[in-house]
Structures are given as C-alpha cells and as structure tokens.
Design a protein around this ligand. Structure first.
Ligand code: ADP
Length: 510
C-alpha cells in the first residue's frame, strides 16, 4: 500500500519547488550560466542557457563530464581538475577561459566553482556559475593595446627628442606657469629649481635684446593663432651666449580660448655659427669676384692703348720696308700682324666679358625677331662667304637688355657659321615655352661636338680646335652663359660629331 502523503508534506514540497524556481530565475539574471557537479565531476544540474550555448538540452547533459561533452581536451582536463580541487580542498575557485561555443563565436568566460556542504560537513556537490565577459575583455584588450601604442609613441618621441637634443615645455595659460623637461634647464644653462615656472622669470633668462621679439611672437600666436616659432639668445652664467630655437602650438578650449601652449626647444648655436660663416664666405667670394672682374676690365682696357700703338707702328714699318725685305722677312711681318689682330680680338672679348660682371641688367621688353634681323644683317658677309641660310620660327618677346640679346644671338650664330664642314651652314632658330620661361634653340648642321665636351665649352678660354682651323678666343660661349644666367636662365647644348649641334637657353618671358 502506498504511503499516504500528508497535505502538509505536499504543500512543503511545492513551496520548495517554487523557491528553487525563483532562485534559478534570480541566478539567471545575475549570471549567464549555472550548473552543478557530482563527486565524479559530472553535471548534476545544468540551466537552459548553458545547454543552449552547447546546442543541447539540460537533460541530455546530466551525468556527463566535460570530456564526454566534447570540450577541447586541454580545457576539459583543466576544468575537471579544478572541480576535483574544490571537492578536495573545500575552497572556492575562480578562473576565466576563452571558449568557442557551438555557434562558432569565440567568447571569454569567467567562472566560479563553489563547494556545497552537507549537514555532516562533507562536500556533496560543487555549484558553478559562468558569466560571459567577452565585451569586458574586448574593452580591456583594446585599452591595453592603446596603452601599448601610447607607450610606444611616447618612447619614440622621447628618443627623437633626445637625438635632437630637444627639451619640451608646457605652459598653462590660466595659471601662467611653465613646466620644463630636464633638458630645457640644461639649454638655459641653469639647474632644475633655479627656475620656478613663472613666465615673468622666464623672460629674465632671455638676452635683453631678444625679450621683446619673443614676447611679441607669443602674443601674436595667442591672438592670431598659428604655430609659434622663434629664435632667441640666452646668456649662460659662464659667459657663453647660446642661440635657442623653440616651436610651440596653442591648445584652445571649445570656445577657442587658449588654455595651454606646448612645444620644444633646442640649441641652434652651431647652426647659427655655420650660417654666419657661410654668409661671410659668400660675401668674401662675391667681393673677390668683383675685384677680379674689375681687374680684368682695367687690365684689358689699359692694354688696348699700347696695343694700338704697336699695331700702328707695325703698319708703318710694313709700309716702309715692304719693298726692301725678302720673303722670310715678309712672313715675320705677317706673323706680327696676325698676332696683333688676335690680341685685339682677345682684349675686345675680355672687355665684353668683364663688362657683363659690372653691368646692370636693365631689362626691357625685347622682340627677339628684331634682334635676329639685326644680327643676320651684321653677319651678312660671313653668311654670304659660307653660303649660310638661316630660318626661324615665330619668336617671342623676352624681358632683357637688348644689347645682351644681340651679343647672345650673335655669338651663337657666328659659331654656327664658323664651325662648319664642307657643306654650307643651315641654321634654324626656334623657341618653345616651358614652365613660364622661353626656351630658345639655335641648331646647325656643322662639325658637331663630342658629347663629353658639352659642359667644357661654356668655360672661358675652352676651345676644342686649333686656331689654325677655326679662329676664336674661347670667350664667346662664356659670355653667352653669363648673359643667360644674369636673367636666371640656363644654357646647354646637344650634339654629336658630324651631326650638327643645337644650343638651348632659357630666358624669362616679357
Ligand atoms: P670660340 O668660338 O672663340 O672658339 P666659344 O666660347 O664661342 O669660343 O666656343 C668654345 C668652343 O666650343 C669652340 O672653340 C668650339 O670648339 C666649340 N663650339 C662652339 N660652338 C660650336 C658649334 N656650333 N659647333 C661645333 N663646335 C662649337
């Protein structure tokens, strides 16, 4: 006969069931998963959430351990050991683990295993609860990563500042106090503690002649915005005067009011010294160039007079003795006259060259078309003798001294006529516009030039041929170079032996 259940017992049981259910509901809100294990480390209770995570039902998990549930071996072994640990020691255990759920997503889980004691003090089960901490972990990792990055950046900045012997400063505009890195104290020649951070005291460290400029720069930066950059001198206690360079940037609040100014300072004394020396050297060089040009001018000018006298007397001598001397004597006289003529050319060219060094640009609009008409008129005889033809494209106007332009084209075209082979010279002048400049070209069909000598020919007195074959002083192209460079242009040539040459030069457009 089955035992008769008393009504009290039934109501007690239902009350108990109700409590368990509400406890489970509470648990479910506090933690994601809860469960318990028996002595063998097998599930004795599993809530629905955990079963869902493993794509199972709670009932199908009861009586199984982590290995049997197909957890990765390493994790299952660790968890089983931890359950055993709680059973043997009676201690609560907390841990966390990554876990890839049946859905494929890897999450982070924090879990706690707690012993449950029976009345006799023995542990009869271990209760567990697990919480999904994936999001927290993600934030923690991101924080750690940005901390690392920040640290790396700081380290790199510190190294860069050290390498550049650079100090940093930070000026709090509201309190009007400046904080310096240790290096800035060195740069000012004082020790930490000798400057208290007050801006007024900072100005006392600056050379009196520079204080006003520094203050103005700071003020302009605060009011008008932009970056702050200024160089100033700092007298050190040992008597040295050092140049410091400082760069800064203003940090403003939401309304654009300056709140802080941060920046770097470094020593530029050596650079300043080098700059000063270079400037001095450039000045010396310019002066000695001027003196040299002056000397060349005066020398060639003064040589003209005695030369004229020698030439005149030589001519008189020729007239007087020409009937009385023999063939050899006549040859000597021809040599004298030839030498005198060459010397006259040389002196004229030298004078023209040195005049360019002293002369002014005096630029005006010049029609190159007209210049070319004039030049071909002047070279009429040479053109007729050689049978030269000159063609030209439409030529632009430039901004230059017309006499310079005449000299330039005259030298290039007379060279194009002079350095010819057996053929009659065919010369073409054209111009294109490039980067706001006019690039002219004078092309001929003459003897051409070895490419390796193309740079040499623009140097004064550099000639590639003997005087017996082609007359000349070796100054013409040097004059052309000087003229073109006076206007900020360039001159160059392309050529091959026996294939003609083309001379190019650039000049500013009118
Ligand atoms: P010069 O004409 O008095 O010799 P330049 O300074 O005008 O001096 O020219 C230097 C040298 O460059 C010339 O001696 C010659 O060897 C070479 N050269 C100049 N123009 C031409 C050209 N159009 N064709 C071939 N060679 C040339």
């Amino acid at each position: 006969m089955p035992p008769i259940e008393s009504p009290e017992a039934t109501s007690l049981e239902s009350e108990l069931a109700r409590r368990v259910q509400s406890l489970e509901t509470v648990l479910a809100t506090v933690v994601d998963f809860n469960y318990s294990f028996d002595r063998e480390g097998r599930f004795s209770y599993v809530n629905k959430a955990l079963a869902d995570l493993l794509l199972r039902t709670p009932a199908s998990m009861i009586g199984l351990n982590f290995h049997e549930l197909g957890y990765p071996t390493e994790l299952a072994t660790r968890l089983q050991r931890q359950i055993e640990f709680v059973f043997t020691t009676g201690e609560t255990l907390r841990d966390e683990t990554p876990f890839t759920a049946a859905g494929g997503e890897t999450g982070y889980y924090e879990y706690v295993f707690v012993p449950a004691f029976a009345d006799d003090g023995a542990i009869n089960m271990v209760a567990g609860s697990t919480r999904d901490i994936t999001e927290r972990k993600r934030i923690e990792l991101a924080l750690k990563e940005s901390e690392h990055k920040l640290h790396d950046q700081e380290e790199r900045l510190r190294l860069a500042l050290n390498a550049g012997n650079c100090g940093t400063w930070d000026w709090d505009v509201a309190t009007n106090r400046v904080t310096w890195s240790e290096r800035v104290y060195d740069l000012h020649g004082i020790k930490p503690g000798e400057f208290n951070g007050a801006v007024e005291d900072f100005t006392k460290l600056i050379h009196p002649d520079d204080v006003h400029r520094v203050a103005e720069t700071i003020q302009a930066c605060l009011t008008k915005g932009g970056d702050y950059a200024v160089e100033f001198r700092v007298p050190h206690l040992n008597g040295d005067i050092r140049w410091l360079s400082t760069n800064g940037r203003v940090i403003r609040d939401g309304e654009g009011r300056p709140i802080r100014m941060v920046g770097t300072t470094w020593d530029t004394t050596d650079r300043k010294e080098t700059e000063k020396n270079l400037l001095q050297q450039a000045e010396d060089l310019w002066r000695s160039n001027q003196e040299l040009a002056e000397f060349a001018y005066v020398a060639s000018h003064d040589l003209k007079e005695p030369l004229r006298k020698v030439a005149n007397y030589a001519q008189l001598l020729v007239r007087r003795v020409s009937n009385d001397i023999d063939g050899e004597g006549q040859r000597y006289l021809d040599h004298i006259q030839g030498g005198l003529e060459r010397m006259q050319h040389l002196i004229d060219d030298l004078l023209a060259y040195s005049r360019l060094s002293n002369g002014e640009k005096q630029s005006q609009t010049v029609e190159i078309d007209e210049v070319l008409t004039q030049v071909t008129g002047d070279l009429e005889t040479a053109m007729a003798q050689s049978g030269a033809t000159i063609t030209r494209d439409a030529l632009p106007t430039v901004s230059a001294n017309p006499l310079h332009m005449q000299q330039l084209f005259q030298n290039l075209i007379s060279n194009a006529i002079k350095f010819r082979d057996s053929r009659a010279p065919v010369i073409h002048v054209s111009a294109v516009e490039k980067d706001g400049l006019c690039v002219f070209s004078v092309a001929d069909n003459g003897i051409g030039i070895e490419p390796k000598y193309l740079d040499q020919i623009f140097k004064i007195f550099h000639r590639l041929h003997g005087r017996e074959r082609y007359t000349g002083t070796g100054i013409g192209l040097a004059i052309c170079k000087k003229i073109v460079e006076t206007y900020g242009g360039k001159i160059w040539a392309t050529s091959k032996p026996d294939a003609g040459s083309t001379f190019f030069f650039s000049l500013p457009r009118a």
